[in-house]
Ligand binder design. Structure first.
Ligand code: ABU
Length: 392
């Protein structure tokens, strides 16, 4: 009864319609790994996508793909390429729906607009074709990643409608935004060589990347989910500070985060063409990007078998694709028995068949220039299983 204590008033405020409506669909968001039976997913769209602008973090990537002329591109991708990509995305959606999977699509957002913050400005943005790069589902939680390129700073916009809807319908859903980075000049090493020289090799071998440790950054596509454990691919799009944010966040949820390095990859960038779990105790690795031997130990000690991906069908990538031919590994599991694969990747499908999987071949090469293949263009919302531990 302090004299300055606020007066106790009896509130008569009505419970809002929003609060009242909560609780209809419990457990709508629930996905702990990459292989349990898929029930609901977001699939990206190619509409209004642009050629990403020149910026420090992008330059090395397009050099890797031999597509340096992309940096000269301006504005939208062509109407024809957008239509061709959307046709293949829509066909993939039909297949998913035919398998009983609920599919959500992002809102169409115009990416051909300049973005300015107090620290920088870019003439346009990127794409909503790749929700996997932005959204990380850990059980009942969807995390919006920090992102690492300036052109992707606002990439959450096409997904806000979907996330609000999940939040309204699923009373257990957690919606988290990782700290937005400033992405000021000191996040990018201006003296970093991008010529694939011996110096590049030495830097990557020492885990020094084009992005610095100025602030936490990560792209969600650098994370592979194995139930209670997640593995985080370190490189140009995820730094140690970003890993530390993820590690502490996971610890607060009774989970564990582990780093992975692939020092032969001169432009390490997203895990899903490098190391991909297929089912409990079986994962696919990229023969051109071996994992550090000391990091393999946790898999060996826990009876995981790591199988080597087949060579890509072709090393030729579609014009304006900034991805590597290892998109042949960028598959999506419908369950721990069935995998969606690009229809031309026969060797990869044979490999999966040898290990007891059924494969669903899907034409998808027209999507590649929008940022990836099946794993990149999706984000799991619900898979049937629960959190389990596959590591002692
Ligand atoms: N976003 C996946 C691309 C990875 C790669 O180019 O190898």
């Amino acid at each position: 009864d302090h004299p300055h204590a606020p007066k106790k008033t009896k509130t008569t405020a009505p419970v809002s319609a929003f609060r009242k409506s909560l609780g209809n669909e419990k457990g709508l968001v629930n996905s702990w790994n990459e292989w349990d039976t898929l029930e609901e997913i977001i699939v990206g769209i190619a509409d209004k996508a642009v050629i990403p602008p020149k910026e420090p973090a992008f330059e090395m990537k397009v050099k890797d793909s031999g597509k340096i002329h992309m940096l000269e591109g301006t504005g939208y991708r062509t109407e024809q390429s957008i239509k061709m990509a959307n046709d293949q995305l829509n066909y993939f959606v039909e297949l998913l729906e035919g398998e009983g999977v609920v599919v959500r699509r992002p809102d169409v957002v115009d990416f051909n607009v300049p973005v300015k913050t107090p620290d920088w400005e870019v003439p346009r943005m990127n794409t909503s074709a790749c929700p996997r790069d932005l959204l990380l589902t850990l059980g009942n939680e969807v995390i919006e990643a920090t992102m690492s390129w300036r052109s992707r700073f606002f990439e959450y916009r096409p997904y806000r409608g979907i996330l609000k809807d999940y939040m309204k319908r699923d009373p257990c859903m957690l919606w988290t935004c990782a700290p937005k980075p400033l992405m000021a000049d000191n996040l990018y090493r201006s003296d970093y060589p991008t010529d694939y020289s011996a110096k590049n090799k030495e830097l990557v071998r020492n885990y020094i990347y084009l992005t610095s440790e100025e602030e936490p950054i990560f792209d969600a596509a650098d994370i592979m989910r194995f139930g209670k454990d997640i593995f985080v691919h370190m490189g140009f799009t995820t730094n140690e500070f970003g890993f530390e944010w993820l590690r502490r966040h996971c610890a607060s949820r009774g989970m564990r985060a582990h780093m992975l390095h692939f020092p032969d990859d001169l432009c390490p960038f997203h895990c899903d063409a490098t190391f991909v779990p297929l089912r409990p105790y079986l994962a696919l690795e990229n023969p051109a990007r071996p994992m550090e031997p000391f990091e393999r130990r946790i898999f060996e000690e826990n009876d995981w078998k790591l199988i080597t991906a087949a060579q890509p069908n072709t090393m030729e990538m579609p014009a304006l694709s900034q991805c590597s031919p290892w998109l042949c590994m960028n598959v999506l599991s419908l369950s721990e028995k069935v995998i969606f694969c690009e229809e031309t990747e026969k060797e990869m499908m044979n490999l999966f068949n040898d290990y007891g999987f059924d494969t669903i071949p899907v034409p998808f090469r027209n999507v590649f220039e929008f940022g990836g293949s099946f794993h990149c263009v999706t984000t799991d919302i619900r898979r049937r299983g629960k959190k389990q531990s596959y590591f002692k």
